[in-house]
Write a protein that binds this ligand. Structure first.
Ligand SMILES: Cc1cc2nc3c(=O)[nH]c(=O)nc-3n(C[C@H](O)[C@H](O)[C@H](O)COP(=O)(O)O)c2cc1C
Length: 303
């Protein structure tokens, strides 16, 4: 049996297949479909400091080979996460990585501090620096200096939990933001969040989404995400978790070879919720095709 394990800085995973924030609820919703013990890890929906109602509906629309969403970080807040979701998440037979979004730099730091105090059971913390659907400047990862400062300050107040900076692709040069995350002390970056787009109902002369714009995800974005991951991996500054349209074994292998140390499956969880577990089962066959004995061996082998 080949070695499927990977490590992202200080974070060790039994295999490289994770499920992405916002596409897997708080895991309980998926228990009938997914054997959690087979997954590399689970990342529950982003939580914010205070509860948020999210954006005006409609919040999602299908596109060619993908979907647009503008959920707007609908969630019940960090303290509710600790009392209502974390006790269940702690019981899962896999790694659980929390995901937080602050409204400001200081709020990120305050939340990371609370995770340090009350986040027992979380193996890592993903900083959602990149939600495109929330007005008021939540898209922090468009600014390298700000990214570095937020990561560093979160690192300082939350020293024991591996930190992952989740990056937006809606920038001119994502490598600058990845480098800033590394300089701030992130254990890894995850790339990418959704691409900003929109959908129009021409007969009504109106945008389809209540928020007008939304984030594009699913197979449509895979080539774009792959390029982002490849460029960041070439920096050799820190491990990359690839995200974007991954739905099959081939997709996972493409991201690994392009330089991702692990991957997250997002939109596919909505239309094929067993994909993650199936891909984990299939991974050894792909390694065999390459004559490899471990996942680590194939990471970044693109010629
Ligand atoms: C409906 C929906 C909700 C999402 N909510 C979150 C979220 O709360 N936090 C986050 O970090 N990413 C969120 N994302 C982004 C995904 O985690 C992922 O980065 C993105 O969808 C690209 O991957 P995919 O093409 O495999 O879906 C969401 C995506 C979708 C489709």
């Amino acid at each position: 049996m080949p070695d499927l394990s990977v490590s992202l800085g200080r974070l060790a995973l039994r295999n490289p297949v994770l499920v992405a924030s916002g596409t897997f609820g708080y895991a309980k919703e998926m228990v009938d479909f997914v054997d959690f013990s087979q997954l590399g890890g689970v990342i529950p929906k982003t939580v914010t400091q205070a509860p948020r109602a999210g954006n005006t509906p409609p919040r999602t629309v299908e596109t060619a080979s993908g979907m647009l969403n503008a959920i707007g970080l609908d969630n019940d807040g960090l303290e509710h996460f600790f009392t209502h979701h974390l006790p269940y998440l702690r019981t899962l037979p896999t790694v659980v990585i929390g995901n937080i979004a602050g409204k400001s730099e200081d709020e990120f730091v305050a939340m990371a501090k609370r995770v340090h105090e009350s986040g027992q059971g979380l193996a890592g913390l993903e900083l959602n620096l990149s939600c495109p659907n929330v007005s008021g400047g939540l898209d922090f990862a468009t600014d390298p200096e700000l990214t570095k400062r937020i990561v560093r300050r979160c690192r300082d107040v939350c020293p024991d939990i591996p930190l992952i900076a989740k990056l937006t692709p809606n920038v001119t040069d994502i490598t600058l933001i990845a480098k800033a995350s590394a300089d701030g002390g992130a254990d890894a970056v995850s790339a990418v969040n959704t691409f900003v787009g929109m959908a129009v109902d021409w007969k009504r002369g109106k945008p389809i989404l209540g928020n007008v714009t939304g984030g594009l995800s699913g197979p449509a974005i895979k080539p774009l995400a792959l390029r982002c991951v490849w460029r960041i991996a070439k920096l050799k500054a820190l491990p990359v978790i690839g995200i974007g349209g991954i739905a099959s074994l081939d997709d996972v292998m493409e991201f690994l070879v392009a330089g991702a140390s692990a991957v997250q499956l997002g939109t596919v969880n909505f239309y094929d919720p067993t994909a993650s577990v199936r891909i984990v089962k299939e991974l050894p066959s792909a390694l065999k095709t390459l004559g490899a004995n471990s996942v680590k061996e194939v990471v970044g082998t693109l010629a």
